[in-house]
Design a protein around this ligand. Structure first.
Ligand code: MF3
Ligand code: CO
Length: 251
């Protein structure tokens, strides 16, 4: 069942998503050489709690932290810890906040100091692929119209889209229907309806789209060890342009 939100629910979603986006921005500002991923996670945790919200990911299916922090060849679900960031790393931060019964979910990849031109291009293409995708995120279209646009843009730029993980509905639950893949033919999947809220989240690899999950059961890396980037916002479907819910002053 795909949930359609009421105006009251959307008002709460906007607040949850604003907190989530601010947490992402805060994390992004902390990315620099010498900082540990655990320090960023703690700051995200404390900020979310200070806003009267709860970190959505903490203890979700046993996940042990508030943020996912995924460095270089780690695509998603990197577990924060003692790892020190170093110059040239690319750092994906994924955060969720649960506020008054609703979740926000968003992610972005940040540069640690000076990074290579190719790594910067990966980050830029990944972010832009989100915006290419959501051009099709409006009432009457189908889910895979978004998917197809993301894939087309990414592949035209010489990168690949991850298949093994997908975007999703978001709201009372962190993961709701429908699934929102970042690949596939257009015109498939459920029809988009006004007041649906979905998380669109391209995960883009520099090389092969194949992934491997490490023994910790979470850390998801590129099968070929090449770099990956991630960009995600929770959005609201309308009969016109979608509303990006995970917005903050900074992003
Ligand atoms: N943002 C991720 C997603 O959209 C959630 C991380 S999974 C968790 O699926 F377990 F870490 F919460
Ligand atoms: Co998500």
């Amino acid at each position: 069942m795909i949930s359609i939100k009421t105006q009251r629910e959307l008002d709460v979603m906007r607040q949850a998503c604003k907190i989530t986006a601010a947490a992402r921005a805060l994390a992004g500002k902390m990315v620099r050489p010498g900082v540990t991923t655990g320090q960023i996670d703690k700051a995200v945790h404390d900020f979310i709690v200070s806003q009267g919200a709860k970190p959505s990911f903490l203890h979700y299916q046993g996940y042990p932290a508030s943020a996912c922090i995924s460095v270089n060849e780690v695509i998603i679900h990197g577990i924060p810890g003692n790892r020190e960031l170093k110059e040239g790393d690319i750092v994906s931060v994924d955060v969720g906040a649960y506020y008054k019964g609703f979740h926000g979910d968003c992610a972005a990849t940040f540069a640690c100091g000076r990074i290579s031109d190719e790594a910067q291009r990966l980050i830029d293409v990944t972010k832009q692929s989100f915006f290419e995708g959501i051009k099709f995120a409006r009432q009457g279209n189908r889910v895979s119209d978004i998917s197809h646009a993301v894939q087309t843009y990414v592949e035209a730029n010489g990168f690949s889209v991850v298949r093994a993980f997908v975007g999703h509905g978001v709201g009372e639950h962190l993961h709701e229907e429908p699934s929102v893949p970042n690949y596939g033919a257009p015109g498939k999947g459920p029809r988009l309806v006004k007041n649906m809220t979905i998380a669109v989240e391209p995960m883009v690899n520099m090389g092969t789209y194949d992934v491997r999950v490490l023994k910790d059961g979470w850390t998801t890396v590129t099968a070929d060890g090449k770099l990956a980037a991630h960009y995600e916002n929770s959005i609201l479907i309308t009969d016109g342009e979608p509303e990006i819910l995970t917005v903050s002053e900074e992003l």
